[in-house]
Design a protein around this ligand. Structure first.
Ligand SMILES: Nc1ncnc2c1ncn2[C@@H]1O[C@H](COP(=O)(O)OP(=O)(O)OP(=O)(O)O)[C@@H](O)[C@H]1O
Ligand SMILES: O=P(O)(O)OC[C@H]1O[C@H](OP(=O)(O)OP(=O)(O)O)[C@H](O)[C@@H]1O
Ligand SMILES: [Mg+2]
Length: 281
């Protein structure tokens, strides 16, 4: 049975459980449940702290896990990224009192607080900066005001938390993170991974793409298919009336309106967009 670690709380938990549910797996009903066995799919899910997941997977106790790229790298565990899951996107950034720092080089001899000690230490070392790393569990934004640090390195999404604390990011992001499916390094793929990965990819496709249908005169078909080349190629079917065809093609959801405008301009009519419920590509 495939053994998969799922975040039990925090920013990753709900979205991970939703994605697995959409991929057709049973998930726990109560946030107190620690394990759920999905016999139909031959998968056992373990609900664990997001920070610990890479350690279980890297150590070989569990086959796969869902965690953030930042947490994976900070753990130092022997686990690797198998598939990006397109949620919990964030950057890991240096921040300080507004206007105080511009560059990481200015942190020489300073104290920098973070929950991501390894990630920050490696970055400072790469940058040739000698600074004291102060390891905190969370709410790192308060550490400067409370006098234990001069700057921080933390997860930033909207930047609201930083602003509320009177802080601002400076220099380049240390890294960009998103939720990942991870597996153990230097090992063959566990049995069942291929199906799970294909199902998760199916969820990503259903979320990121829509189905677009339109009618167009054969004279303009080339121009239209250049606008909508599709993933492989569009499906083109004859229409009742002469000289026109019906086209069916997948397009990126975020491009839908721009593509409809361009198609209309190119002579397409009856342009219809429908959601994709599920997919195997
Ligand atoms: N506001 C956010 N937006 C997007 N991703 C986030 C956000 N906060 C955290 N993350 C991501 O979620 C993952 C884990 O963060 P989370 O906050 O759940 O862990 P934690 O801080 O250890 O737990 P907790 O906050 O429950 O103490 C990381 O990959 C991080 O990048
Ligand atoms: O840029 P924003 O959209 O404001 O989001 C970023 C904040 O979200 C996370 O905090 P969390 O709620 O997990 O608290 P924590 O710092 O105690 O982990 C993260 O640590 C930042 O503080
Ligand atoms: Mg957190």
């Amino acid at each position: 049975m495939l053994r998969v670690a799922v975040p039990n709380k925090g920013a990753l938990s709900e979205a991970a459980i939703t994605m697995l549910t959409e991929a057709g797996y049973r998930q726990r009903r109560s946030s107190r449940d620690l394990v759920l066995v999905d016999n139909d799919n031959n998968v056992e899910f373990f609900y664990l702290r997001p920070r610990d997941i890479a350690i279980y997977v890297g150590g070989g106790t569990l086959d796969l896990g869902i965690t953030g790229r930042d947490l994976l790298l900070d753990s130092g565990a022997e686990a690797l990224e198998d598939l990006g899951l397109d949620f919990a996107r964030s950057t890991f950034h240096l921040a300080g009192p507004t206007g105080q720092f511009d560059s990481v080089k200015e942190l020489e001899g300073k104290r920098v607080a973070t929950s991501y000690e390894l990630l920050l230490s490696k970055y400072l070392e790469d940058q040739g900066v000698n600074a004291e790393v102060v390891r905190l569990d969370g709410a790192v934004e308060s550490s400067i005001r409370l006098g234990v640090a001069d700057a921080i390195a933390d997860v930033v999404e909207t930047g609201n938390t930083l602003r509320a604390a009177g802080l601002d990011i400076f220099d380049q992001p240390i890294m960009r993170s998103e939720a990942l499916l991870i597996r153990r390094q230097d090992q063959g793929e566990p049995e069942g991974l291929e199906v799970l990965r294909r199902r998760l990819r199916g969820v990503l496709v259903a979320r990121q793409y829509v189905m677009m249908d339109y009618d167009i005169s054969e004279d303009f078909l080339d121009a239209a298919t250049q606008i909508t080349p599709g993933m492989q190629s569009p499906t083109i079917s004859p229409l009742g009336r002469d000289g026109s065809v019906a086209v069916r093609v997948m397009v990126r959801k975020s491009d839908t309106n721009k593509i409809m405008d361009a198609l209309y301009q190119a002579g397409a009519r009856a342009i219809l967009v429908s959601p994709i419920q599920a997919a195997r590509i």
